[in-house]
Design a protein around this ligand. Sequence first.
Ligand code: NAP
Length: 275
Amino acid sequence: MQNAALRAMDLDFVYVPFHVLPEKLEEAVAAIRALDLAGVNVTIPHKERVMSFLDQIGEGARVIGSVNTIVNQGGHLRGESTDGPGFLRSIEAEWGSAQGVKPAQGIDGHKAVILGAGGSAKAIAFALAGAGCDLVIANRTRERAEDLSKALNGVVGQGKSRAVGLDGEVLAEVIREADLLVNTTSVGMYPDIDSIPVDPELLHSGLSVYDLVYNPPETRLTAQARKRGCRAMTGIKMLVHQGALSLEMWTGQKAPADVMENAVLECFARTASAR
Ligand code: NAP
């Protein structure tokens, strides 16, 4: 999707993958300066440890403690995280308001339930809390939900977040009261495509459902949500917008999200036909 965007932007850049072993991470970061790369994306397992080799960490990345984008400005390396901002931008692009879930009302004061408490949950939770949402973090391992909730309350303000387990009547009740449900667990991801992270009976028409899983492009959760009258989208949108934000940081130009999304969808179609 990055190369499709670069072609459409008529820029003489190329986006290539580098497989970096953990013991080579510091040298790989030095190579960004030595080779004068415009920047890189960073993924698992390097997103946290890479921070210690950079010159500056952006505020959003510092708060969540991980970096997915490095920007090289004349040898000065800045780490950023585009996951949370990309998630918010995809909501804005798809669901239409300046900030939010319900056009005309914005996201401020809305109630969101986040399923999961891993790396992506952290980025989404801080983004939503920063935009004024009240949050419930629901996770299979309840202690991880409690840790994330505590961290959020420490930064955003006491009482903005609480933790629950992933099943039972408490979860049913918080979903009944929510406007937005975000799945950040890997449940439903290929090849486990028949799984769904919550009982579909809990999906009510007042709920907007966002599934971070992007493979398959329509998950069982989003299909069930649409069937029950919910607004729904999958992680393809976040994938595209977090990538577009990285590209904009490297090039200083607006990235064509529609071109990037088409490239992703074509890639999925090719992979699916090859299976
Ligand atoms: P992670 O840090 O490993 O967290 C995984 C989360 O899923 C944890 O909360 C874990 O619960 C939960 N989980 C895993 N298996 C489960 C199961 N069988 N039942 C219930 N909960 C389960 O992973 P991550 O980096 O946050 O990624 C999570 C998902 O988001 C993946 O599907 C990934 O592809 C997707 N993602 C999408 C984007 C995008 O741009 N669209 C970006 C990042 C991630 P425990 O704590 O109990 O283990």
